[in-house]
Each structure stands twice: as C-alpha cells, then as structure tokens.
Design a protein around this ligand. Structure first.
Ligand SMILES: Cc1cc2nc3c(=O)[nH]c(=O)nc-3n(C[C@H](O)[C@H](O)[C@H](O)COP(=O)(O)OP(=O)(O)OC[C@H]3O[C@@H](n4cnc5c(N)ncnc54)[C@H](O)[C@@H]3O)c2cc1C
Ligand code: FES
Length: 258
C-alpha cells in the first residue's frame, strides 16, 4: 500500500527521538517497516513502532539531515508512506529476552506488546547513552515486562553497555528466544552471549535502502537483501554474512567499515 497521509500525532519520546502517528489501514506485524517519504527531501526505511489498528506509528532518531527534518514535522503535515515491507518476529516463544540499543527499541516495543498479549514473559535489557535517551522504558514497564537498564554514563541503571546486562540476564534465567535491535556490533555481542546457552537470537538489521523491493541491491548483506529477506534475521543466517557488524554499505553501495 502507498499513500500520502497527514500526520495525526507527534510525541517527543527523548531529546533526539520523536514518534509520528498517521492513518494507514494496511495490516502489519511487529518487525515490519515502511518507507517514509518526506516531501522535498528523501525516503527513509522506518520500522513500525505501532503496528496495530488503523493508526500506525514510526519512531525516528535524529541521525543525518533527513532524520533531523523528521523531528520538525508537526501534526497535519503530509508525509508519504509505502509498505509494510519485510518479515516479522516469530511471536511463538514463551520467555523472551529483548535487547534494545538506542532507537532499536522502536521495532522491539510492538513485538513485546504482541508477545505480552499472547501471554509470553518478556524481559527487556534497554540501553542508551544517558537516562533521557532511554526509549520506551515506560512503555515496556506499562506492559508488565521486567525492564533492566544500562546507560553509557551511568545516569540510570548499570553503567556501561547493555550487552553486559543481557549477558547477566542470560546467565540468571532460561529464555526461549532473544530479540535484538541496535548497532550491529552490539547485536554481534548479544549473539556471542546467547550462543553457549543455546538460546536462538533474532536480529532486526538496519541497512541503507532505496527500493525496499529487492531490486536495487542497496541493502545487500552477503547472500541476502535486508528489505526482502529481513529485516529480521536469525543468528544462523547472519553467520553466513561475514559483513554483519564489520562492513556496511554507503549510499553509493561502497562497502565501508563500521
Ligand atoms: C529496516 C530498517 C528499519 C529502520 N528503523 C528505524 C527506526 O525505527 N528508527 C530510526 O530512527 N531509524 C531507523 N532506521 C534507520 C533509518 O532508515 C536511517 O538510516 C536513519 O534515520 C539515518 O538516516 P539519515 O538519512 O538521516 O542519515 P544519514 O545521512 O544516512 O547518516 C548520518 C550519519 O548517521 C549514521 N547512521 C545512519 N543510520 C544509522 C543507524 N541506524 N545507526 C547508527 N548510525 C547511523 C551514518 O553512518 C552517518 O554517519 C531503519 C533502517 C532500516 C533499514
Ligand atoms: S533496498 Fe533495493 S534491494 Fe533492498
């Protein structure tokens, strides 16, 4: 589905992150993304942070010039949405550990919402640079998930990387699956922590995209197109892609180290 819609709501989630809500009737599942078009600017892939009902949402962190412009969008502004695209999280596991770094919480919150509604136990390791940047901490708490926090500067929760919190949680309790989204280097560490315990890990991978239709090759990751084969990949599939966490592709398709 493709349409130009008026933004119906805007919530400032953190100093650098906003959620835009908009009417979009197409059915969607947690993990899927849309292409968000900013008239007069560019199109960006964005995970749906709200997947249920006719009012969908995306949660955007200011990174480069286009995402910075998203932060200035007011209710009533026209935006283009096409999608949803890609695959979704398998919601069947009963005990789930979510590991979210920065804006990675955007795609994981709706997955946690649905998993809780299906009766799963959800534990969240939530990381950010500093306390005000912790995305969806209260949303996770409101769904009765156990939430453990890490900040780089120690302003809330454990001081340091969220991967250390995730490794501790994996040692304390049994989990049926780990769902993670954040920088690829972080997700690689999550995979390493879960491997000795045999817990399957599913990563939501963010790569540069143009068409989102499997045609342009911009999002190539080893044998995969992230837009069509992902964005959710199992650790087993990512093991076949030596680029994961090591190289990404810039807007011209050139491989550059992280
Ligand atoms: C499937 C998918 C889902 C996504 N979902 C979200 C989402 O829910 N929320 C969200 O905020 N973004 C999401 N992204 C990332 C988003 O599409 C853009 O890459 C990001 O907004 C930056 O775009 P830009 O043009 O503003 O910055 P660019 O000009 O492309 O980049 C500016 C700087 O930021 C760096 N950068 C770009 N993207 C990232 C990143 N993801 N992590 C760390 N550094 C980065 C670049 O290396 C560069 O240094 C998603 C990407 C994909 C592929
Ligand atoms: S974005 Fe064009 S092939 Fe994936």
């Amino acid at each position: 589905m493709r349409s130009v819609v008026a933004v119906s709501g805007r919530v400032e989630e953190t100093p650098s992150t906003v959620t835009l809500r908009f009417p979009f009737a197409a059915a969607a599942d947690p993990g899927q993304f849309v292409m968000l078009w900013i008239p007069g600017d560019d199109e960006l892939p964005m995970s749906l942070s709200y997947t249920d009902g006719p009012s969908k949402g995306v949660t955007v962190k200011a990174m480069g010039s286009t995402s910075r412009r998203v932060l200035d969008i007011a209710p009533g502004t026209a935006i283009g949405i096409r999608g949803p695209y890609g695959n979704a999280f398998d919601l069947s596991p009963r005990r789930v550990l979510i590991v979210a770094g920065g804006s990675g919480a955007a795609v994981l919150a709706p997955a946690a919402d649905r998993a809780r509604a299906l009766g799963a136990e959800v534990t969240v390791a939530l990381g950010a640079t500093r306390a005000p940047e912790l995305l969806f901490r209260d949303r996770f708490r409101a769904m009765d998930a156990r939430v453990e926090v890490a900040t780089d500067d120690g302003s809330e929760g454990a001081k340091g990387f969220v991967t250390a919190v995730a490794a501790r949680l994996l040692g304390e309790s049994p989990f049926d699956a780990v769902w993670t989204c954040g920088p690829e280097v972080m997700m690689r560490k999550v995979i390493e922590a879960a491997r000795p315990r045999g817990v399957p890990v599913f990563c939501s991978v963010e790569r540069h995209m143009k068409c989102a239709l499997g045609m342009c090759d911009a999002c190539a990751l080893g044998p995969y197109h992230v837009c069509e084969d992902g964005p959710v990949f199992s650790a087993e599939h990512l093991a076949r892609t030596p680029d994961f966490g090591v190289f990404h592709r810039d807007s011209s398709g050139r491989r550059v180290p992280f």
